[in-house]
Design a binder for this molecule. Sequence first.
Ligand code: HEM
Length: 475
Amino acid sequence: MTVEVLGRAATMSNTWSGQTLPRPHGRLPLLGDIPMSATPRRPVQSITRRCARLGPIFEINFLGRRIVMVVGAELNEELSDDSRFGKTLAPAVANLRLFVKDGLFTAYTDEPAWRLAHDLLRPAFTKAAMADYHDVMNEVVDELIDTWDRAHGPVDVSTDLTKTTLETIGRTSFSHTFHSFSSPGQDQFVTSMIAGLTHGMRRLVFMVMPGGGRLLARKDAQAQEHLNLVYRTIDEIIAARVAAGDTSGRDLLGRMLNDAHPVSGDRLDLENVRYQILTFLVAGHETTSGALSFAMYYLARHPEVLAQARAEADAVLGGMPDGRPTFEQVPKFRYIRRVIDESLRLWPTAPGYARAPQETTTIGGRWRMAPEDWALVHLPLLHRDPSVWGPDPERFDPDNFLPERIRARPAHAYKPFGTGERACIGRQFALHEAVLVLARLLHTFDITPDPGYTLTVTERLTLMPKGFRLTATRR
Ligand code: HEM
């Protein structure tokens, strides 16, 4: 079953022709490098701390598997060359295929469903297409502002921003609301979706655990039950849309049902449409709410940055009676956009992606990679490469994203949205939404963070600040 789930990832040996790469000290024979850390549930942060000095390429052992990581900007320039390398699925992502099959994120590039969905959906994610979603984004922020207005005391930032991005992606992808702000608990659909996919990412642990087979079978069955509920809900919505014969819908579902490939005339089959909807829901909400939550955290910690961002929000929105930006105004929040870019540098909420060569090749003039080898680009370390970001890469500085500084940097030193043809299709969507939300919050509220808070980051499907609370008071 594993081979079927993983597809070709199951056959990737990752031997790197027996080469020895730098590796952290203190490996445990069976468990490998990660459980040595005090935070085994936070492998990304553990690697960021323990491997920062190992150089541009190194290997770790994770539960008996060899994982090679590339974190140097120069080496990443080679991996970013689509004529030599392409996306492959790291084992944790490959395991998600059990639940989202050949949806855009988990498809192999040469699977027909990837090219078809990519070509069909690209027009839905251009900068201009954001005009179709802009009003929905504003409408959801109205609900967030209303919720913060009514809060008595501090609010949990990540929780509320995740409600915001989930509502936005639900309404723009298939015109569905999860009533995130109006009902007290979490919608069962959302609970099930997250439970199923989190298990997908973690099933590797059970696969290598001695005697883990039975536990894995039980956990797989529980996850499948959760996912069946999610499939049923999405399928019902698709079926209702098809039965109504409505061809006017311009949400993502409408586009998938109504549009044909511009050249071949092919259409997505309905089962694949289900996986695409699920993919957008998952890929498109915690990533953006994490980026927003980290940005709020840094703003709360850096009063001078906060003052500059707010001055920009006021300058653009001051003349708007309801404080809602128009579509054309969003690109005017240039400094706020830099705050988001810099937050994603330090905390890229999708923290890595995997690349494999098309044919045997050498990187860095030295490391031989065969097609069955792959490397993980570990973004938190790439984004701290001191040869690019200087001796103090931890320093939060939105001016790292001034146009002249961007131009002066190697092109592949900053990759929070991945690379090449498999880069994030939702990048414009995420940035339009994040900038709009942040501008409106700064324009509306004074924010006072909990003074005792120390940043704690959870690693689930994405990176996310945990327990970050602040008091939002109407200005
Ligand atoms: C700040 C927010 C976001 C971040 C940091 C982010 C990051 C990424 C990264 C790194 C990849 C490449 C993964 C790989 O190579 O394996 C990716 C792919 C993808 N993202 Fe995003 N993403 C964000 C928001 C969104 C949104 C809002 C959507 C949908 C509306 C979305 C949908 C997707 C899809 C469908 C793919 C797969 C594209 C393909 O392979 O053709 N993402 N994202």
